[in-house]
Structures are given as C-alpha cells and as structure tokens.
Design a protein around this ligand. Structure first.
Ligand code: SP5
Ligand code: ZN
Length: 345
C-alpha cells in the first residue's frame, strides 16, 4: 500500500470552533495525524511518500473556480479587514438562507465567508489554504498511484474533506479529498467509481458534488441527520437526481447504534458497491465511529477497525482511502492502521 502524507498539514492549526454559543477548542487538531504516523512507525503497513503537485485544473474538476479563489485569498482578505485579525481565527457569522442570492459574490469579506460556508465550527487560519491544497495533492497522488497499478493507497492528510462541496466548506473540511481522488480515477480511465463513506457524519459534500452524475456512485453510512451533524442532508430518500438517480445511497443509523448493526449496514453498503461494478473504490475513512469518540455516537471498538479493513478488501477493488474524521485523538492512529492492516491481510 502506498501512503501519501501531507507535509503541510500542521499549517492548519486553528484554536476554536463555535459550539452552542461558546468558542470551544478545536477537535480537528494536528496531533491526530501525528498519532497515525506514530502507529505507522510501529506497524509499517505501507510505503510513505509525499504528494506530487496538483494543477488548478484538477481542483476545478471538483470545485468552483470562485470558491477556490476565495479560499486562496481568505487570510489576506481577513487581515485586510483589520490588522488585529492576524491574531484571530477566521469564523463566519452570517449566511444566505433560502430566498437569498447565491449567484452574486459580495465584496464584503464577512459576507463572502458566509456564502461559502455552512457552519461556524470550521475555522480557517493563515496556513489553512496551504494545508488543504497539499492535502488535495495527496488525494490526487494516491489516486494516480492506484491508476499506475498500486492495489491501494491512503491519502494521509488533514484537514479532512468529505463535508466540502463544490463551493462550500464546513465540518472541518475545505477541499473534498475523496471527490478529488474519485475524479482523478475517472479521468485516468476508470469508467465507474464508487465512493464509500464510513465516517460517523454524512458525506454531504461528496454527495452534492456527484448527485446528478451516473459515473460515480456515492454511498454513506452515518448518524441520522434528524439528530446528528450535518443535519440538513443524508436522509435515506436522497437517491440522486437526473442521470444520477439511483447513484446515491444513504444509510442513516440512530445515535447509539451497536457495532453489530453497523457491520450489517456496512454489508448493505458493500453490496450496493458490488452491484455498481465499479473499476475503483474510494473509501472516505473516518474513525469517529469509535465508542470513545467525543462528538459521535456509534459503538465500534478498536478491533472492529481490523474487521472493517477485511470487509473492504473483500470487494477486491483498487482502493484509495482518504482520512476523514476521528476525534479520540490518541486512538486515531491505532484505528486507521487497523483498517489498513485488515485490508492488507
Ligand atoms: C470530518 C468530520 O468528522 N467533521 C465533523 C464535524 C462536526 N462538527 C460539529 C461538532 C460539534 C462538536 N461538539 C462539541 C462538543 C463539546 N463537548
Ligand atoms: Zn465525522
């Protein structure tokens, strides 16, 4: 297995996310990835490398140009509002809801920040764009490795990606690494690609990116959006639209779901992937399904991640993993490497 790690991930190191009227410490921290690297030193299940360059055209195959320009210039614009902002994380505070215009990009930076986001829990800092762009390069590099005949590859990166849509950030995500990997596989000759999202949270960004397409199947099992973040997408009746009808599958589960039920549901997800007969698979790998995760509500234990890897390997597909959530920080490394070890066994 090829493991492409993001050498710039630590440049995304925000302090606070807004939660119920308070600024609380960020859950998505640089040490998450450090723990994975440490677990890989103890169990070297793959060959580590850095990312190859990614072109703007490759990013624009998934994200809107004006959104990419916004991200690239966000820090400069934030500090231009007030030099004192250089000491603060960027967080939005105003959003255009139903009935507001989304086609006109305001000049005011706070307004643009709201136009391109869906929560106040995803702070940006000076290094966020550099970290996210290098992460996107990891995802594209991992997909290229699989196209060149590697059986599997991991984009070992943060910030995560599966909540980021064509032109919005949120859920700690800015660029959709799983979607970029899937698009790279398509452009490299895979006629059909499946994205299987096993993070606790619905992969709303990935779903939105591919919702009308009949070349990329998106499947997500996640906490029921009636009670769980990101709340406004991820219901079972969202099946795709237009040519993409039937190309999206959501498997929402109640908070508190046991590992046994979760694995039964994973089987349904895997069967949907098999029916699609894809040429390649992207796994959006969140390990926030762990029973000890501080913000989630499923009950997987550490050994379950070996079993997850084994189940994914049974699909027998060239596979790109992207690293998504997982906030029981000290355990994240063991769980990610368990998945890879189970997969390689
Ligand atoms: C990639 C990913 O897993 N994103 C998840 C984003 C969840 N954001 C909302 C989390 C709410 C955090 N609650 C703080 C609880 C403080 N005890
Ligand atoms: Zn998550």
């Amino acid at each position: 297995m090829r493991i492409v790690h993001n050498p710039d991930h630590h440049r995304h190191d925000a302090r606070h996310e807004m939660y119920r009227g308070r600024l609380v410490p960020c859950h998505e921290t640089p040490d998450r990835l450090a723990f994975v690297l440490e677990a890989l030193r103890q169990r070297p299940v793959g060959v580590l490398s850095g990312p190859e360059p990614v072109s703007d055209a490759e990013l624009r195959a998934v994200h809107a140009p004006r959104y990419l320009d916004f991200l690239a210039g966000a820090w400069e614009a934030w500090v231009a509002l007030d030099p004192a902002n250089a000491a603060l994380d960027i967080l939005p505070s105003v959003w255009p809801v139903r009935g507001f215009r989304h086609d006109v990009e305001p000049l005011n930076f706070a307004a643009r920040l709201g136009l391109y986001s869906f929560d106040a829990g995803s702070p940006m800092v000076a290094g966020t764009w550099a970290a996210a762009r290098a992460g996107a390069a990891c995802a594209v590099t991992a997909a290229r490795a699989v196209l060149s005949g590697e059986g599997s590859a991991l984009a070992l990166t943060r910030p995560p990606g599966h909540h980021a849509g064509p032109d919005f950030f949120g859920g700690y995500c800015f660029l959709n690494n799983a979607a970029l990997a899937a698009q790279t596989l398509r452009d490299g000759g895979a006629a059909r690609v499946a994205v299987l999202d096993v993070d606790y949270h619905h992969g709303n960004g990935t779903q939105t990116i591919f919702y009308a397409r009949d070349d990329v199947l998106t499947v997500s099992l996640h906490g029921d959006p009636m009670t769980e973040y990101p709340f406004f997408l991820g219901h079972a009746d969202e099946r795709g639209e237009g040519a993409g009808l039937g190309w999206n599958l959501n498997l929402p589960l109640p908070r508190g779901t046991s590992a046994a039920t979760w694995f039964d549901t994973l089987d349904h997800a895997a069967q949907a992937v098999e029916r699609c007969q894809p040429d390649a698979l992207v796994v959006a790998l969140g390990v926030d399904t762990f029973e000890g995760d501080p913000i989630s509500g499923f009950h997987l234990r550490s050994a379950d991640y070996l079993r997850l890897g084994e189940r994914l390997a049974r699909l027998g597909l060239p596979t790109v993993f992207t690293m998504e959530g997982g906030y029981a920080v000290a355990e994240v490394g063991v769980h990610v490497v368990n998945v890879l070890e189970g997969f390689e066994a």
